[in-house]
Design a protein around this ligand. Structure first.
Ligand code: DAH
Length: 345
């Protein structure tokens, strides 16, 4: 076979093999085999030097053409194989976006928290803003400055959780936030203070930790009438327009006069039942006009300003609202109980 024929047949052979290549690695092996430094083409051309010059040129050109042809076919095949490999990869890792997704259960508010939020929103809509205070509270805010003297029964070890730092307690009510608000703000003041409070109590209607919402309004000419109006709006928004409301004289150290507010029993409608202990009324909250001693403790002039305050228990309202007969159900976190409040806000 002449050199020319050898080159031509090598070209044909290479092209044929390349076209049949099944994957990229055999393709690159073919490239090395035919066009590599020690490849078949180079090998044939070794004898080129022995030829007469004009023949050498002709063969040289032929070799170049064959080389280019092989390169072109290699490139085409490479493109084809890469596309095939990608397609295969995509088919293997196919994601069916029409499949239904896994089920992630959405959480929802606890009935105490949804009640707390709803009550807060009612007051916020009337212009109150939210104030906060710590749950480990200074005794002077929790008691002294609220006109609760050291020998007052409310300080009894039976009720109060003391902490191992002198002068501090777990707050027994949200009323200390009143003191904090009056020390840091100037009248007019209109705040509510929702939060956790602690007392050594545990039975079907008392839990050692529970939630209260405190309210405080201080300005010139604030009267008991304002207190009644605001509480009426609040009670109607939580218990409905037809709710019956009564104010009963009472006593709190930090208010004078003081009152407790009852609503007509939501269970029996007033005829008397177990929940209202036959009275037809349910006690809902405590309130009154801020005692001048409290104003003096925080440096507000009681001759110029008056104010009202109130405090209510959130669990009690949640229990009436959802007809829950044992406060402990609210804190046991039994999912059979909690699930009943899904979707209720
Ligand atoms: N702090 C009282 C309690 O925990 C509730 C209370 C009553 C708060 C009358 C007030 C109020 O602001 O005026 O029992």
């Amino acid at each position: 076979m002449s050199l020319k024929e050898q080159i031509e047949s090598l070209g044909k052979e290479a092209v044929e093999l390349i076209k049949k290549a099944e994957n990229l690695s055999s393709l690159s092996a073919l490239r090395v085999e035919y066009l590599g430094k020690k490849g078949k083409l180079k090998n044939i051309l070794k004898t080129l030097g022995k030829l007469p010059p004009e023949e050498r040129k002709e063969i040289g050109q032929l070799a170049n053409r064959v080389k280019e042809e092989i390169e072109t076919v290699l490139k085409e095949k490479e493109g084809e194989l890469k596309a095939k490999a990608l397609e295969e990869e995509l088919r293997k890792n196919r994601i069916d976006i029409t499949l239904p997704s896994g089920w992630i259960e959405a959480g929802s508010s606890h009935p105490v928290i949804s009640t707390l939020i709803e009550i807060s929103e009612t007051f916020i809509s009337m212009g109150f803003s939210v104030a906060e205070g710590p749950e480990v509270e200074e005794e002077k805010y929790n008691f002294d400055m609220l006109n609760i003297p050291p020998d007052h029964p409310a300080r009894d070890m039976q009720d109060t959780f003391f902490v191992n730092k002198d002068g501090f307690v777990l707050r027994t009510h949200t009323s200390p936030v009143q003191i904090r608000a009056m020390l840091t703000r100037k009248p007019p003041i209109a705040v509510i203070a929702p939060g956790r409070v602690y007392r050594k109590d545990a039975d079907p209607t008392h839990s050692p930790m529970f939630h209260q919402i405190e309210g405080l309004m201080v300005d010139e000419n604030v009267t008991f009438k304002d207190l009644k109006g605001i509480l009426k709006i609040f009670l109607e928004s939580v218990f409905g327009k037809d709710v019956k409301i009564r104010f009963r004289p009472s006593y709190f150290p930090f208010t004078e006069p003081s009152a407790e507010v009852d609503i007509g029993c939501t269970v029996c409608g007033g005829s008397g039942c177990r929940v209202c202990k036959g009275t037809g009324w349910l006690e809902i909250l405590g309130c009154g006009m801020v005692d001048p001693n409290v104003f003096e403790a925080v440096g507000i002039d009681p001759e110029k300003y008056t104010g009202f305050a109130f405090g209510l228990g959130v669990e009690r309202i949640a229990m009436l609202r959802y007809r829950i007969n044992d406060i402990r159900l609210l804190f046991e976190n039994d999912m059979r109980f909690n699930h009943q409040f899904k979707g209720i806000r």
